[in-house]
Design a protein around this ligand. Sequence first.
Ligand SMILES: [Fe+2]
Length: 193
Amino acid sequence: MKTQVGLPGFIDFLNTQSAKDFKSDRIDRYLNDNCLNNDDFLPFIYFREETYGRNLVYRTELFELLVLTWLPQQRTPIHDHAGQRCWVTVSMGELAFKNYEPMGLDGSRFDLKPMGCVEIGKCGTNSYIDDEIAVHSIANASRSPAVSIHLYAAPVASCQIYSEKNKRFENVDLKYFTVFEGDLTRPSKGLSL
Ligand SMILES: [Fe+2]
């Protein structure tokens, strides 16, 4: 039985982790033992018509927490994670995760070899990825909107996305659609958004 944890409690936990802790299994164990209170993330849900939405909840030097929003058929390009670790929890709807292994062609050009099947993450599902596992894409392959919570350690300011046309990885700066600037570190006061 998982314990439900609110957003302030989750941020409290993350703020007590060292850089070494983020490289250990502490985050995995926490997410396995607890389930996040989805209602606490409602104020960060902003859908975009043009593309999936990246909404910043909280960021320090060691981690960033985002809410990503997905209208039907929206998807990421195939991308890496800039050497950082990434945990994802689907909090509404369902998402399709697909992993690929880059196969070098001539030093700068790559083919991508699909790894395994598309994995469907339903509401409440946790998943994890880093560059040693694969590059990947995420898509909302359903007919309903979806929302996911992403924890990156450390923050990822830019990453490599794969150009299928050029068969190359290209660096892109990552932007936020919305940024929350209130104080989420006072659990006794709860959320006052
Ligand atoms: Fe990703």
